[in-house]
Design a protein around this ligand. Structure first.
Ligand code: HEM
Length: 416
């Protein structure tokens, strides 16, 4: 898919039905090849649909570009943990356990039978045969893991640091940072609940939940790219294909163990939806620089039209401080600042005033935190949209390199 090619829902069917073995599965372009007609066949025979699965082993973790932002799974959860491992060896054991659980959960299968005298090995939330259900588990490490506790300071990814607090942020300590992050994405919410519970149970004593937020990905309405909770199509101009790969994976200057990893930015951003709903459509569209109904740039007709800023140097059509114009000025100088957004919507209910507490978990993957995310975020500091959004949580993490094969484990290059 090119940057301007619309989302094609049938790609999801292409993934469906792929045999789920974690090892020895045919992989082309990071996508499992399987029975594309499994759904139809299953429907005819009255059986349940074949389970969908993404590769667990590989140079990169799944859940970043596999699947990519345009066809990511509809449910997600972002969790941060504090490590309570007391030594580097214990931290390595934790990573091995985490790997074993993620390998099983993302592949599916029958949980171990421990007999009747022990607590069962599985919660049975998904029944006796655990489906993979499109689950991806993406593990990251925070800057705090590289403090004095484990002697890892010299091996820290070059750009990793605690998340910067930007001028319009309203940081809440309980929702920020962490030694480890886990992004879980799947086709159903109970799959995510089951996975996080399984992981927490098996790693008890070595890591402690710090914060957790569940979120969902809206379907395309009516077509093209899904909308965020402000009603605008969000994700239209995401780089794809080779361009996405070039912008995401670790670049020069990183420690050798970090090859195949990516910087993950999690920003929990509340949207002040009641306030937003009182703004005129002209003003809303001027803030983004796109039409609300179609997602088209204000100087175009269709969602995937490319805005032409050169033809509008004074911002008469697309204001100079419009979100899309500041985020990506589309100049040769800013081309390597582009990033991959893979965000989800959240809803935490009501706040103390009875206002809706909802927004999005803004998720970015990029090669260089400073060159990409921080540069773009800094350009956005004064945008009009800031009156309607409130970033209050999240963190910077380094999404680990992929687990190469059945003998490998998360962060083996760092901890061996
Ligand atoms: C609540 C906060 C935000 C909302 C509601 C929001 C919404 C949107 C929308 C509707 C678009 C246009 C459609 C698209 O191309 O996806 C967009 C584009 C974009 N946004 Fe945001 N965004 C938010 C925060 C951010 C932040 C924090 C960054 C980065 C620091 C960012 C970076 C971008 C980029 C790079 C584009 C693509 C621009 C282009 O290539 O034309 N956004 N955003």
């Amino acid at each position: 898919m090119t940057e301007h090619e619309p989302f094609n829902a049938s790609r999801r069917n292409f993934l469906r039905g792929a045999a789920v073995g974690a090892v020895g599965t045919a992989v082309t372009g990071g996508v499992l090849i399987g029975g594309a007609h499994a759904d139809a066949d299953a429907a005819k025979s009255g059986q349940s649909t074949t389970v969908e699965s993404y590769p667990f082993h590989g140079a990169n973790q799944s859940g970043i570009l596999t699947p990519g932002p345009a066809d990511k799974q509809p449910f997600s959860c972002f969790v941060a943990f504090d490590s309570t491992a007391t030594s580097r060896a214990e931290l390595a054991e934790l990573m091995k356990t985490l790997t074993a659980r993620a390998r099983f959960l993302t592949s599916g299968g029958i949980p171990e039978n421990l007999g009747i005298s022990q607590p069962p090995s599985d919660s049975d939330v998904l029944g006796p045969d655990v489906p993979a259900d499109g689950l991806t588990i993406t593990v990251g490490v925070g800057a705090s893991l590289f403090d004095e506790r484990y002697g890892l300071t010299a091996l820290k990814p070059a750009k990793l640091k605690p998340m910067t607090i930007f001028p319009n942020d309203s940081p809440e300590a309980a929702w920020m940072h962490g030694d480890l992050s886990i992004q879980l994405c799947a086709n159903h919410p109970d799959t995510i609940h089951h996975a996080i519970r399984d992981i927490a149970k098996h790693t008890r004593g070595s890591m402690q939940l710090r914060w957790k937020i569940e979120a969902y990905g809206a379907p395309p309405r009516p077509s093209g790219t899904p909308r965020n909770l402000l009603g605008f199509k969000d994700g239209t101009a995401n780089p794809t294909g080779e361009l996405a790969s070039d912008l995401v994976w670790a670049g020069p200057g990183e420690p050798a163990w970090a090859k195949g990893g990516s910087y993950q930015v999690l920003r929990i951003i509340r949207m002040l939806v009641e306030f937003w709903d009182r703004v005129s459509i002209n003003e809303q569209e001027g803030m983004f620089g796109r039409r609300r109904d179609s997602g088209a740039p204000l100087d175009g007709n269709a969602e995937f039209d490319t805005p032409n800023y050169q033809a509008d140097p004074k911002g008469n059509v697309i204001p100079l401080d419009a979100h899309i114009r500041l985020a990506n000025p589309r100049t040769p100088q800013t081309a390597n600042q582009r990033l991959i957004r893979r965000s989800y919507d959240y809803d935490l209910g009501l706040d103390q005033n009875g206002d809706i507490q909802a927004g999005h978990v803004f998720v970015v993957y990029n090669q260089d935190l400073e060159r990409q995310f921080e540069t773009v975020q800094t350009r956005l500091i004064g945008e009009p949209l800031i009156d309607y959004v409130q970033p209050f949580g999240g963190g910077y993490f380094y999404a680990l390199p992929g687990v190469a094969d059945a003998n490998d484990w998360y962060a083996s290059g760092l901890l061996s």
